[in-house]
Ligand binder design. Structure first.
Ligand code: FAD
Length: 377
């Protein structure tokens, strides 16, 4: 096995692909996996951080513990990517790949929305969630807005999940009756792909007196006047503003020439980019699926099968299905599930399983399974 794989980014997509190549080729896999972070944190663990239920150390899986045969992890920051020569430069070294896979995710642009950096909060980054942990206990009355600042954004249900979890948290502290809660969404329903999940969320919102402001985004906030501006020119007063930040590809991807109109275009069935032997998976792409870990993971599965079949000259890889099961927190320890399939049929299917304690147990199992499969030999 002499093909040298270099995988950029050890998130959902990069970890899944490394594990699959390791499973296929064992100690000969010849995979170099590069990430600038110390470890992996599930997106949904940011809720644990924001409510102070778990610490960063508790939710982070250290990359030092990756023990997959044939996979070498490099804790480095990528500073340039040449997709033509497949040469990658980091703050410490240079790598020449036979096959290069870009799985660098999406970053946040906190500066682009007027007033947001000065007066807003967010739970989409680890730092933002930890910052909120210290702010929430002091918020005991007034208007709370959870506002989407623009599309696309990761994990479409997350703003509504945050609202349902915050509702429970404020209720437990006896202050909910003094807090008005709204979610500002760019869509007509909370999760456009799943009308049944959306119906369940809106029913819960009605029960819990959470307002869903549809077909809007927050274009800016005025921290002095405590007013949020919406796309249609109207305004909403707030006392605490939580924004879903504008998403972008990392600067190193933008500079590489891989992105077109903001994101990396890929072949829908095998995630190949326009550059030979360069693939891209997950949030960094413009693949026709939502930005979520489960779709980054299923994309990595498709690339893995394609590479193994190509290298061995045998087998027919299953095309990318754009499928994955997303868990939705409803509060009171109940979790619902959407089983989405974006690409295999003539139209999107996304049936919903009602929130339950069993759903919460399944979500725990989802995390535990991946920590084992991605990290352990
Ligand atoms: C609050 C919240 C809740 C969520 N809940 C869910 C959920 O329940 N289910 C779900 O499926 N998804 C969920 N998500 C979305 C999910 O976290 C992302 O969509 C997923 O992580 C994308 O995977 P990825 O592999 O494309 O990128 P990422 O997982 O973001 O990985 C990209 C990696 O690239 C690295 N990187 C970037 N630039 C560089 C550089 N220059 N040098 C070196 N390394 C670099 C980063 O450090 C990162 O580790 C949630 C997200 C949030 C914010």
């Amino acid at each position: 096995m002499s093909t040298k794989f270099v995988i950029l980014g050890a998130g959902f997509g990069g970890l899944e692909l490394s594990a699959r190549l390791s499973a296929a080729f064992g100690a000969d896999a010849n995979v170099t996996l590069i990430d600038k972070n110390e470890g992996f944190v599930f997106g949904f663990s940011k809720f644990e951080l924001m409510f102070g239920r778990q610490t960063l150390e508790q939710v982070r899986s250290s990359y030092r513990e990756i023990a997959k045969p044939g996979v070498t992890f490099r804790p480095e920051s990528i500073t340039s990517i040449d997709p033509v020569s497949r040469r990658v430069v980091t703050n410490k070294s240079t790598y020449d790949a036979d096959v290069l896979v870009v799985a660098l995710g999406a970053e946040y642009d906190m500066d682009v929305t007027p007033g947001f950096k000065e007066g807003g909060y967010e739970f989409y980054s680890v730092d933002g969630a930890i910052r909120l942990r210290d702010v929430l206990p002091n918020f005991t009355k007034g208007s709370l807005i959870i506002g989407v600042l623009g599309e696309p954004f990761k994990c479409p249900p997350a703003p509504c999940e945050a609202a349902m979890l915050l509702d429970e948290w404020f209720t437990e502290r006896g202050v909910r009756k003094d807090i008005q809660m709204s979610v500002v969404s760019p869509w007509g329903i909370p999760v456009p792909a799943s009308p049944s999940a959306s119906k369940a969320i809106l029913e819960r919102f009605a029960e819990r007196d959470i307002t869903f402001v549809r077909d809007q985004v927050v274009t800016g906030i005025d921290p002095a006047k405590k007013v949020a501006q919406l796309r249609d020119g109207s305004t909403m007063p707030y006392d605490l503003f939580l924004g879903i930040p504008i998403h972008r590809v990392p600067a190193v991807v933008q500079a590489s020439g891989l992105a077109v109109n903001g994101w990396i275009p890929v072949n829908k069935s095998n995630l190949a980019t326009q550059f030979p032997d360069v693939y891209a998976v997950g949030d960094v792409t413009s693949a026709p699926v939502p930005k979520a870990g489960v779709f980054a993971e299923s994309a990595a599965r498709a690339v893995g099968e394609h590479l193994v079949a190509t290298i061995r000259g045998e087998g027919t890889p299953t095309p990318y299905d754009g499928a994955g099961s997303c868990y939705i927190e409803f509060g009171e320890h109940r979790v619902g599930r959407v089983d989405a399939d974006f690409l295999t049929g003539p139209s999107v299917t996304a049936p919903f399983t009602d929130p339950s304690l069993e759903g919460a147990a399944q979500k725990n199992e989802f995390g535990a399974f991946r920590r084992q499969w991605w990290f352990k030999a």
